[in-house]
Design a protein around this ligand. Structure first.
Ligand SMILES: Cc1cc2nc3c(=O)[nH]c(=O)nc-3n(C[C@H](O)[C@H](O)[C@H](O)COP(=O)(O)OP(=O)(O)OC[C@H]3O[C@@H](n4cnc5c(N)ncnc54)[C@H](O)[C@@H]3O)c2cc1C
Length: 394
């Protein structure tokens, strides 16, 4: 079967690309090996799809070439996707930090995209496993378990390795390599940290506890919650910093960054000299956190018996806490894959491979990764839309 445009991957980027190309009159076929389109959209944002971010900027993306994402983000902005959502009559809410969530389930966003595909005559073929892709002259042959397809343009929108239970695979990277494109090193991003040895023993009793924190690594800093887990640390601040972390790097945490704990303890010492240190600390942190962070310090004496240097040491336990994660929970729990198809080999305007006419890469398979907060979907929409427009004039 021949279709002028074939898109492999019916996720966020692939569906948006199909809509954009079909709007310009292109006949589009989308192939996906999963039994349902857009599975990651369905599970995203805790089931409410954080579909974009009001403050999307190129600075919210990690890439070997930080300039690559600029053109697409400028041509298809957060406001364009918000207009799509508004036109579909779907209500949304800004939760925090510009993060826009669907008021209805994530399915509403997916259905909006699928409805547009249906109205524009896009064909979506699910349960289609691709066995090989070849190019002969100007034609791509896609051999699948269902049938052999041919196209003059082939778009790879298969995402990457994060969350394999949702259909993620390294297929796109393998196709890139097959056609001679470079791959930048890949690793899990937006992923919880793990502890082992004494750290694991020390912190596992805190599983389920979350604290406001400032977290820093390699010159990046995020202010949000951290969440202790049975395996280590998670929560938005940890997911954010994990994308900037490399094995062996130290992470700095300041619990309750909005207060200066040392100054606060000195003030309490003046006003309540007979109160036990632990009673005061429990005004700021749950008791099990106090016990864990001060495990080598006697916190049961009256405040007046502590020297300032001792109070400073106590404050530092919470506000200058440093640890080296033993690792991360890996692709199984990572929201994204860092690295991917090297953007040097791709046009930032059309998303076509510079040396392979008719072959395009969009979305997460590329070496462009957003921070937490709706930036990854915005990249999928923007790269998908721009590629779709380019296909219509190719
Ligand atoms: C738990 C979780 C929550 C998330 N929440 C958010 C959020 O709220 N906001 C946000 O911005 N980002 C979020 N993300 C990230 C976001 O989902 C991805 O960045 C985005 O889906 C990438 O879009 P994509 O189209 O490039 O890839 P995907 O959405 O992964 O789509 C790829 C498609 O290709 C198909 N495919 C893969 N391999 C093959 C193959 N070999 N043959 C055929 N088909 C194949 C897959 O089945 C899939 O349908 C979340 C991710 C996870 C895992």
């Amino acid at each position: 079967m021949f279709s002028p445009v074939i898109i492999i991957g019916a996720g966020a980027a692939g569906l948006m690309c199909a809509i954009s190309a079909a709007e310009q009159g292109k006949q589009v076929l989308v192939l996906d090996h999963a039994n349902k389109a857009g599975k990651k959209i369905l599970i995203s944002g805790g089931g409410r799809c954080n579909f974009t971010n009001l403050y999307t900027e190129p600075a919210n993306y990690l890439s070997t070439n930080p300039h690559f994402c600029k053109s697409a983000l400028k041509r298809y902005t957060q406001w364009d996707f918000i207009a799509e959502v508004d036109n579909a009559g779907l209500p949304w809410t800004e939760k925090k930090l510009g993060q826009l969530f669907s008021d209805n389930k994530s399915e509403a966003i997916l259905n909006m995209l699928l409805d547009r595909c249906t109205k524009l005559g896009v064909t979506i073929q699910l349960n289609c496993s691709i066995q090989s892709v070849e190019k002969s002259g100007d034609t791509f042959s896609i051999n699948s378990t269902l049938e052999n397809y041919q196209s003059s343009a082939l778009v790879i929108a298969t995402g990457a390795m994060s969350f394999p239970t949702m259909g993620a695979s390294d297929f796109g990277l393998r196709i890139a390599q097959q056609f001679g494109l470079k791959i930048t090193a890949t690793r899990p991003g937006l992923v919880p940290f793990t502890f082992d040895g004494p750290d694991k023993q020390r912190f596992e009793g805190l599983a389920g506890v979350s604290i406001d924190a400032g977290i820093e690594c390699n010159g990046q800093r995020f202010l949000e919650n951290i969440l202790f887990t049975h395996k280590g640390l998670s929560g938005p601040a940890v997911l954010q910093i994990s994308s900037y972390w490399q094995p062996g790097d130290k992470v700095d945490v300041c619990c309750l960054p909005e207060i200066d704990l040392f100054t606060a303890l000195k003030t309490h010492q003046q006003s309540s000299p007979n109160k036990q240190l632990q009673t005061i600390l429990q005004q700021y942190f749950p008791q099990q956190v106090v016990n864990c962070f001060c495990h080598e310090i006697d916190t049961q004496r009256p405040l007046q018996t502590y020297k300032h240097s001792e109070l400073e040491q106590v404050a530092n336990q919470f506000q200058h806490w440093q640890f080296i994660p033993s690792g991360t929970e890996g692709y199984k729990k990572a929201e994204v894959t860092l690295g991917g198809v090297d953007t040097d080999d791709i046009s930032s305007k059309t998303f076509e491979a510079k040396n392979v006419k008719g072959l395009y890469f969009i979305g997460e398979v590329l070496d462009v990764t957003g921070q937490l907060g709706g930036f990854n979907f915005q990249w999928a929409w923007a790269s998908g839309w721009c590629c779709g427009r380019a296909l219509s004039i190719a």
